[in-house]
Design a protein around this ligand. Structure first.
Ligand code: ZN
Length: 614
């Protein structure tokens, strides 16, 4: 179902774009603009600009631009309508479709509500209920204090069939769609989670969407079992309309601030590892929710940090498919490093022995390829020539997986050094391995073509300055300008859009509808740029208008000269006109500036009309 235009406009107007983007990008105020590191490309200086008043963002590095809706679409990979719905909910706006029988989104609101109530109920059970004593003992034994339990809203699912469904009065439909319950073989509604300590999972914006549940260890250490079946240690809510395992990262809602500050994101395997990092004073850890790292996770992570540190236990870290990791690194412009932990120890275990060691492990994390290479070199027999040759072979196989030959070569030199084999020989070996198709080999190391704009021509500066003013103060500028003053086709179309519209936003929307992407892009860029006020205290608008008119007049005069030289025009016919134009241009900043300005603009407009093809 479509959302009416006025509701879309209302959603856009009600969204504080600085607050929205600020959730993902650290923005600093400079003048009227907000700037920060671009979430869409990798950079060290802030090219990303937000104009709070007009509601646009623009990146001077990668030229991405848009409004609040575009931002939500691009960073969360939503379609247009879902982005509008999300912003509407954020702004507390009720869309017409919410009242109608429209299915989808209304359902989601009900599911969010059910999960949120479940988080509160389970949490209360853990804190208060007599049957949660064992769970509290267990958490205490792991060093969790009340503060931690509250901060992460941990919960307890009692060992019963349907206490949650009854307490929250969940209908079978809501219970099953939210993943909180399911219909059992006897066609009765049953809670999905029972007899487990619960770790509620929140989406990045802070809404609860699911649970991870850990079974309590048995007194004798035997695997927990029920009805003769061994129970899995962890059980997660199934995927629902509001919960995608491939995209969701546990604790990102809490970690995002520190992640952005440090430009580093730590990925763990388990919820307790994440909590260990937070307790150790490193509050930028997240975990996948019972799945392996996927490209979707990278799409989410790259918006927050450029350095991703895998904090897995030693055996697990290397098992990530290397080819995928390199591909994602490149596609999303992030660096993946691996923190080294003592073998057999996960972050949670290490934290109990030596919390400070966690931070050190992250700081000393090595690139993914180095980590895999070390795994080969550290167990190698390097004392015999045969051992060194075998090791070199294995090491080359690992290196061959990396797609960049520059990177590969760095590691080849390391292996040459360690195995005492000539680097040139190793390079030959590497080339052979790749030809024979061992490993995925180097995907083409195509360098991205960077499209640079043509060097700005002379007339570009005043035209852009005039457009910038037209975007920022249309009332002051529009009455004094005409489209004819713009020589550049794109600038002219941009000006016409502004002239016809009531605001910059409306101009952009109109251009968008006409499919003029270049105009949309330009206007958004101008909207985040600030007009530069002259340092001598002069009037910027007058100065810019004068420059623009001078330029346009010169262009017309040059055409006249050409026509005279070509013999299509007699000097005597245009002599007076040329002399007058020259004189007017010279008095543009004189005492009668306003009248001169008007006269010249009129003359230029009729010139244009005369030259226009009939
Ligand atoms: Zn950018």
């Amino acid at each position: 179902m479509a959302i009416p235009d006025d509701e879309i406009a209302q959603v856009r107007d009600s969204t504080d774009i600085v607050a929205l983007i600020g959730e993902q990008v650290a923005l600093r105020k400079t003048g009227q603009r907000w700037t920060g590191l671009c979430p869409f490309h990798s950079e060290k200086t802030g090219s990303f600009s937000v104009n709070a008043e007009q509601g646009f963002y623009y990146c001077f590095g990668c030229h991405k631009s848009g409004d609040a809706i575009t931002f939500v679409r691009e960073t969360q990979h939503l379609d247009f309508l879902d982005a509008v719905r999300q912003l509407a909910e954020r702004a507390g706006i009720t869309l017409t479709e919410d009242n109608a029988e429209s299915g989808g989104w209304r359902d989601k609101a009900v599911l969010y509500d059910a999960v949120e109530r479940a988080v509160a109920w389970y949490h209360e059970r853990l804190l208060q209920a007599p049957d949660a004593g064992r769970a509290r003992d267990y958490l205490r034994s792991r060093g969790y204090d009340a503060e931690t339990v509250r901060a992460f809203k941990l919960g307890w699912a009692p060992d019963d069939w349907d206490q949650l469904a009854k307490a929250l009065r969940l209908t079978p439909e809501v219970a099953t769609k939210s993943g909180l319950g399911f219909m059992n073989k006897r066609e009765k509604l049953q809670d999905s989670l029972r007899n487990r300590v619960l770790f509620p999972i929140f989406e990045v914006g802070g809404r609860a969407v699911a649970f991870g549940g850990r079974i309590l260890p048995t007194a004798d250490g035997s695997p927990p079992a029920r009805d003769g079946y061994i129970e899995p240690k962890y059980k997660n809510t199934q995927e629902t309309a509001i919960y995608s395992k491939r995209r969701t990262l546990y604790a990102l809602n809490w970690a995002k601030q520190d992640v952005v500050r440090a430009s580093e994101l730590i990925v763990c395997e388990g919820y307790t590892d994440v909590i260990a990092f937070f307790r150790a004073g490193v509050p930028r850890a997240v975990a996948t929710c019972g799945t392996a790292l996927s490209e979707d996770h990278f799409r989410v992570m790259k918006n927050f940090a450029k350095r991703i540190v895998l904090a897995y236990d030693a055996d697990a870290a290397g098992q990530n498919a290397a080819a995928s990791v390199y591909q994602w690194e490149r596609a999303h412009e992030v660096n993946v490093a691996v923190a080294k932990f003592p073998r057999g120890m996960d972050p949670a275990e290490l934290a109990r022995e030596d919390p400070a060691a966690l931070e050190v492990a992250v700081r000393d994390a090595v690139p993914f390829l180095q980590f895999r290479l070390d795994a080969v070199l550290n167990v190698a027999d390097l004392d015999s020539p045969e051992g060194r040759a075998r090791t070199a072979e294995r090491a080359l196989a690992v290196i061959a997986e990396h797609p960049s030959d520059l990177v590969r070569d760095q590691y080849v030199m390391q292996v040459a050094d360690r195995c005492r084999i000539d680097a040139a020989r190793l390079r030959e070996g590497l080339a052979r391995q790749q030809r024979s198709g061992d490993g995925p080999g180097p995907r083409e190391s195509r360098t991205a073509t960077i499209v640079r704009q043509a060097p700005s021509n002379e007339g570009e500066r005043p035209e852009l300055e005039a457009l910038r003013l037209a975007v920022h103060s249309p009332d002051r500028v529009l009455p004094r300008l005409r489209a004819v003053l713009f020589a550049d086709g794109l600038h002219r179309r941009a000006f016409e859009s502004i002239e016809l519209a009531s605001s910059a936003t409306a101009a952009i929307d109109a251009a968008d509808e006409r499919g003029e992407d270049d105009v949309v892009d330009l206007l958004r860029r101008l909207a985040v740029e600030e007009p530069v006020e002259p340092t001598d205290g002069g009037d910027l608008v007058t100065a810019v208008v004068a420059q623009l008119i001078r330029q346009a007049t010169r262009a017309v005069l040059a055409q006249r000269q050409d026509a005279i030289r070509a013999g299509t025009v007699e000097v005597k016919d245009v002599f007076e006109e040329i002399a007058l134009a020259k004189q007017l241009v010279d008095s543009l900043e004189g005492p009668d500036a306003e009248a001169v300005e008007r006269e010249l603009v009129e003359w230029l407009s009729t010139e244009e009309a005369r030259d226009a093809p009939v």
